[in-house]
Design a protein around this ligand. Structure first.
Ligand code: GLY
Length: 308
């Protein structure tokens, strides 16, 4: 089990390991007395892991109930947020209970936002089940929803009390969903760790996901501890994301976040080269790295032909 300590306004641990989903209740019991727990998840993740998490929470003395939303970015909106808050109220959730976000980035962002505003703020934990959520969105406390006019336009910073990342959950991801996280891992390599960049670029890292997740979380934790509220250094974590958010929004979210981040990284490198802000070969290196993401390639090639 790997443990990474995140030092933000609320300090917490990120636990990374295989098969640790069944220990969620035990970990949570070290932080909170038995209470009600709203497990927010989507239909797909619920089928795969809902019962294991509910059983683990019950065994540790918690009283969990499930709040299941439809999968996909369209659920990250104010109307679903309102429905989730209403389910919290119907489930007699109080401000001293806990919200458990079980799923990928959509579930984590939405459930975290609901926890931040329900009864003016309550505790939540993150259980990321995608590579992307594990290395990026579950850590650092950015929560929120999309508006019709743009992605993540309504939200607050609300740090989780704990992040439990069971890397065995990646085994049930389709290759294209897994590869979305790879684009974010390349981002971490570009901003902070050349060896990580080379490792991901080689495509030879699938047996080392625990180490990759740990390294990315470690990088993010350091940045968040120095700039929790995104006023300076944390903006590095948005590399490629300004382009990505525009691409996602204009495609009406048919292009996924990870694929859009891949495109955004290429566009950011191209812009930086044009402006003389980085070495010329960075653009080629970025494209090469992204080529290892086989399942993004078709979409990327189409994009590159259209725009570059
Ligand atoms: N995903 C970028 C950040 O958390 O700042």
């Amino acid at each position: 089990l790997k443990r990474i300590f995140i030092k933000a306004s609320n300090e917490y641990e990120v636990l990374i390991g295989k098969g640790i989903l069944d220990n969620v209740g035990e970990y949570l019991a070290k932080l909170k007395k038995p209470c009600r727990a709203a497990v927010v998840t989507d239909e797909n993740v619920n089928k795969l892991y809902g019962v294991r998490v509910i059983n683990s929470l019950e065994s540790a003395g918690f009283s969990p109930f499930s709040v299941v939303i439809a999968p996909g970015e369209s659920s990250k909106c104010l109307s679903v947020c309102e429905a989730v808050l209403d389910m919290f109220a119907r489930g007699d959730l109080t401000g001293s209970d806990i919200v458990v976000a079980l799923g990928g980035g959509v579930v984590g962002d939405l459930a975290g936002f609901c926890a931040a505003i329900y009864r003016r703020g309550m505790d939540f934990i993150q259980i990321p089940t995608t590579f992307l959520a594990a290395i990026d969105s579950s850590v650092g406390g950015k929560t929120g929803v999309d508006l019709a006019s743009g992605k993540n336009l309504a939200g607050v910073f609300h740090q989780p009390r704990l992040v439990v990342c069971d890397t065995e959950t990646f085994n049930t991801l389709s290759p294209d969903i897994f590869s979305e996280g790879t684009a974010e891992a390349i981002k971490y390599g570009l901003i902070a760790d050349e060896a990580l960049f080379e490792k991901i670029s080689s495509g030879n890292f699938l047996s080392e996901t625990d180490e990759i997740v740990s390294r990315c979380v470690d990088i993010k934790g350091g940045i968040v501890s120095r700039d929790e509220f995104d006023k300076g250094e944390r903006r590095l974590l948005n590399l490629g994301h300004t382009f990505a958010h525009a691409i996602e929004n204009l495609s009406e979210y048919k292009i996924s976040h990870g694929a859009a981040v891949g495109m955004g990284l290429v566009l950011a490198a191209q812009t930086a080269v044009r402006k003389g802000l980085c070495e010329e070969n960075l653009l080629d290196k970025t494209k090469e790295a992204l080529k290892t993401i086989l399942y993004l390639l078709a979409r990327l090639i189409h994009f590159l032909k259209c725009f570059l």
